[in-house]
Design a protein around this ligand. Structure first.
Ligand code: SF4
Ligand code: SF4
Length: 563
């Protein structure tokens, strides 16, 4: 094996005494160490969970001393993961993209004879060859210093945005909340009670706002309408309109914690008359006392009907709020209250106690199919015709009940905020069908997006429970800490555009799944936002893009190793 000063191999022995597979492990290690040049490998023993700092240091020192920039770990202990190696051992020492890990722990434990041991030796040798060939071929990458801005713009001042800003400030980041309304709080301001807690949402919110105000380095910008998000992770610019003015904030990352709107969905609105006796649940909550006073004097035996789960954007908080409001209204006024709901999965969302209470208290409960009950006005009176699937009449498949209503309250649906949708489209962020911005890549966390440096939190990704929002905010902060870590290394020429060949056809801009490509006189690729998927290199009609470390020759080497 030729000596290769740039590549280092680490053999990790399993230190399990008297295990039956040890003779085979010895045989494999002997064969492989003979195969390698003595100067280019290190052999260590590791027991179960024996990931001590001393051993990590031994490995890191060996790589430093020998000025090695690529690492191959051949692990028989099963204790190593690539992430662990990068983070704990070699983050400062070798190039993260040039770390390979072969885990033979299971194979060696199931080895019963010399033939099986030989198969492991052959496979490891092939990989050693590939490793040496590949990293002696590739040109050494240069790294640019990464000086990320430690300020984060949070779009949306609802509970998710507030929670994110608090957690960011606690971790030492600066945060700027841009809220389009004139006060913080968002949808939570309209929720009168939590279905699973005695704390009032208004008290909960005020407490959070107090905490927010007590923390240094948080700015709140109200009446701000987001316009654009530009730049790459660590160095971004968010533009927004603030009244007549246009403002910009420099930041390292952006959290989208808004983007939803609530009200009666357009689909339902089309099927109901325009009448002030038909209102959304959020309007009911906002003017509750006034509405109750009015109804008490005018209901005249007519029912107050609450209709829930008919929009296709079901939210457990809103559904529970509907049941809760029906119950409270019934208890406070003793007026006839009815609830119509479509196929609600109450048990799944933890609203079953409320559901049972509603039924046991004597509130009339209709269960229907997905179609919204018919609502119409006749001679000035408001009616709802409800097809209950469980009420059976003689000779009929089901029964249509006509309810004479004083008021109809319809559960809100969660709709897209079109301004944010437009921004998402402009920066080529992927949005889901229900107002949500969801990662399609399963390797990404739920709070990550396809754009490096932009994260989502809360209801814009269909999270609607307070505990889920808190967890989301924690995940966002963890992702931001990882993304804005100044110890990260980004190669300055990971991906290169040959400007002489680029005809500005913009194919690469369209196909890049991570929105990493901009253009002026030629395509320009962000070295930080590019995740190295290679789509643009294969789609460019002029072969103008090269991904370093992935030349054809290097890829052939890798394939050879696999065959
Ligand atoms: S696909 Fe190739 S030619 Fe077209 S813009 Fe991108 S780099 Fe230029
Ligand atoms: S390799 Fe090309 S397509 Fe893939 S993330 Fe990088 S720039 Fe985008």
């Amino acid at each position: 094996m030729p000596e290769n000063k740039d590549t280092g191999i680490v053999f990790i022995r399993s230190s399990i005494n008297e295990a039956s597979f040890l003779p085979f492990e010895d045989k494999v290690l002997k064969a492989l160490s003979d195969y390698c040049d003595k100067k280019s490998y290190l052999c260590l023993s590791i027991g179960r969970n024996d990931f001590s700092e001393e051993k990590q240091k031994t490995i890191a020192d060996w790589f430093s001393k020998n000025a090695l920039s690529s690492a191959l770990f051949i692990d028989f202990s099963g204790e190593y993961t690539k992430e662990r190696i990068i983070k704990s051992i070699l983050s400062e020492v070798v190039i993260p993209e040039r770390i390979m890990l072969l885990n033979f722990s299971e194979r060696i434990r199931n080895t019963n004879d010399d033939n099986e041991a030989q198969a492991v030796i052959d496979e490891a040798k092939r990989n050693i060859d590939t490793f040496h060939k590949r990293y002696s071929l590739g040109k050494k990458l240069d790294y640019s210093p990464f000086n990320p801005k430690k300020r984060v713009v949070v779009v949306g001042g609802g509970i998710a945005g507030i929670e994110c800003a608090i957690k960011l400030a606690e971790e030492g980041f600066g945060a700027a909340i841009v809220e389009r309304e004139e006060s913080l709080g968002g949808v939570l301001r309209k929720v009168p009670a939590f279905y699973n807690s005695d704390i009032l949402p208004s008290d909960f919110l005020e407490e959070k706002i107090k905490t927010l105000e007590s923390l240094p380095n948080i700015d709140v910008l109200l009446n701000g309408q987001i316009e654009s998000i530009k730049g790459e992770a660590g160095d971004m610019k968010v533009s927004f309109e603030n009244g007549e003015e246009r403002k910009e904030i420099d930041c390292g990352a952006v959290v989208i914690a808004g983007g939803v709107w609530t009200g009666i969905s357009a689909d339902i609105k089309r099927t109901i008359p325009d009448d002030e006796r038909i209102i959304s649940l959020s309007d009911f909550c906002e003017k509750r006392d006034e509405i109750i006073e009015k109804i008490k004097s005018s209901a005249d035996g007519k029912a107050i009907l609450f209709a829930g789960n008919y929009s296709k954007t079901y939210s457990p908080v809103l559904f529970s709020s509907l049941l809760f409001n029906a119950l409270k209204l019934y208890e406070e006024t003793n007026l006839p209250v009815a609830v119509a709901i479509a196929n609600a999965e109450v048990a799944r969302e933890g609203a079953e106690e409320l559901y049972t209470e509603v039924r046991e208290k004597g509130i009339t409960l209709f269960k229907t199919l997905e179609k919204m009950p018919e609502i119409f006005i006749k001679d000035g009176d408001l009616y709802s015709a409800i097809d209950d699937i469980y009420l059976k009449g003689e000779g009929m498949s089901d029964v249509r009940v006509l309810v004479d209503c004083a008021l109809i309250v319809i559960e809100d649906s969660v709709e897209r905020n079109f301004t944010l949708e437009a921004v998402a489209e402009k920066i080529r962020m992927k949005t889901g069908p229900r107002a949500s911005i969801q990662p399609e890549n399963l390797n990404l966390l739920a709070v990550d997006t396809n754009k490096n440096g932009i994260f989502v939190c809360g209801s814009c990704r269909q999270v609607s429970d307070i505990s889920e929002i808190e967890r989301d905010a924690e995940n966002v902060v963890a992702s931001i800490k990882r993304t804005l870590d100044e110890n990260l290394k980004y190669p300055s020429e990971k991906i290169i555009v040959d400007k002489g060949k680029c005809t500005l056809c913009l194919t690469c801009v369209r196909v890049c799944p991570h929105g990493a490509i901009e253009w002026s006189r030629a395509a320009e690729i962000s070295q930080i936002n590019c995740l190295g998927c290679g789509t643009c290199t294969s789609e460019c009609p002029n072969r103008a893009i090269t991904l370093s470390s992935f030349s054809d020759e290097e890829v052939y080497c890798e394939l050879e190793g696999l065959i």
